[in-house]
Design a binder for this molecule. Structure first.
Ligand code: CP
Length: 327
């Protein structure tokens, strides 16, 4: 029933109580066979951008639970989509989300959507028009597989990994650090990670160079520093990511000198030695070796990136079961 469905567009929208339920369910799924409750159920996974982890984890999650996933890439193997209302569709898009959502929902029980920001205007990107249009026009649950602002499936896996590594989250110190990357990247992952960790009661420090500020409204309760070393001291976990400053959207040639000056923002063994003993290193992947993080960290015993990625499977299984009322 359309007005009873729940979408997962961001963890902030579903709230921390439900996030904890999902994490508990994901943890149970890791230790217990839940059988095939999704037999006869299908998910349509709409990818406007590439993916390794999100696609694999979602497809395998559906299969493990007895269901099926259909992967569509609009503009490649499916029609290019339009999300604006009332538009004259005489451009590149051949299909409106209204029809796409309606058709997919007539055959599938859930729709996943990945649409990265255009990164020309933050005001435009933050409206997340593709996701909101799917949510509005789909009578079945819509899951955000990464949008301009949010990557809730990644943030769930991040929290599960932190919980597994640290035991408890409340009061533990998490460093979310900017890392150099040659290209301006979306803010969805670092924003979602720090919001989720702060909501879980972690003591979150965001370290970023001047010019790479994240939206002020997302930083309540977060300590912000602009030093590449300081945040490591005493951290119980380190989460590295690169991103583009929303302030420079559409003007990345102006951001370039600031980005170039931040080449030293790399996770090294020396920096990791400043943390609390055995503090894990997290990254959502894909990661550029020896640009974002040194081989010695990524290949070392404190790297959590593979179990973190594996947790995408268990948390996605939990999300699907929950949204389809089968938890
Ligand atoms: N972390 C993540 O979402 O990976 P993919 O882009 O490969 O899906």
């Amino acid at each position: 029933v359309a007005d009873l469905k729940t979408d997962l567009i961001s963890l902030e929208e579903i709230g921390m109580n439900r996030v904890r339920v999902l994490l508990d369910l994901a943890a149970r799924l890791k230790t217990r066979d839940f059988g095939r409750p999704l037999t006869g159920k299908s998910a349509a996974l709409v990818f406007l951008n590439p993916s390794l982890r999100t696609r694999t984890s979602f497809e395998v999650a559906m299969a493990r639970l007895g269901g099926h996933a259909v992967v569509l890439s609009p503009g490649s193997d499916a029609w290019k989509l339009e999300a604006e209302e009332g538009v004259v569709m005489d451009g590149g898009a051949a299909e409106h989300v209204k029809e796409a959502a309606g058709v997919l929902a007539s055959m599938c029980d859930l729709i996943g959507v990945r649409a990265f920001p255009e990164m020309q205007s933050f005001a435009e990107d933050r409206q997340e028009k593709i996701h909101r249009a799917f949510a509005r026009h789909s009578p079945v649950p819509v899951v955000n597989m990464e949008s301009a602002l949010s990557h809730p499936l990644q943030a769930l896996a991040d929290l599960l990994t932190l919980r597994e590594k640290l035991g408890t989250l409340a009061g533990r110190k998490l460093l979310v650090t900017f890392a150099y990357h040659p290209k301006p990247l979306p803010i969805a992952v670092p924003r979602s990670a720090l919001l989720a960790a702060a909501a879980a009661g972690m003591d979150v420090t965001l370290a970023r160079p001047a010019g790479f500020e994240l939206p002020e409204e997302d930083l309540e309760g977060v300590t912000v520093i602009d030093d590449p070393e300081e945040g490591y001291s005493g951290a119980h976990a380190v989460y590295a990511k690169s991103w583009a400053s929303p302030a420079f959207y559409g003007r990345f040639e102006e951001e370039a000198p600031l980005r170039e000056a931040a080449r030293d923002w790399r996770v090294t063994v020396e920096r990791m030695q400043r943390t609390a003993p055995d503090a894990p290193f997290l990254h959502c992947l894909p990661v550029r070796r020896n640009v974002v993080v040194d081989d010695a960290v990524l290949d070392g015993p404190r790297s959590a990136v593979i179990p973190q990625a594996e947790n995408r499977l268990w948390t996605t299984m939990a999300v699907v079961l929950d949204l389809l009322g089968m938890a």
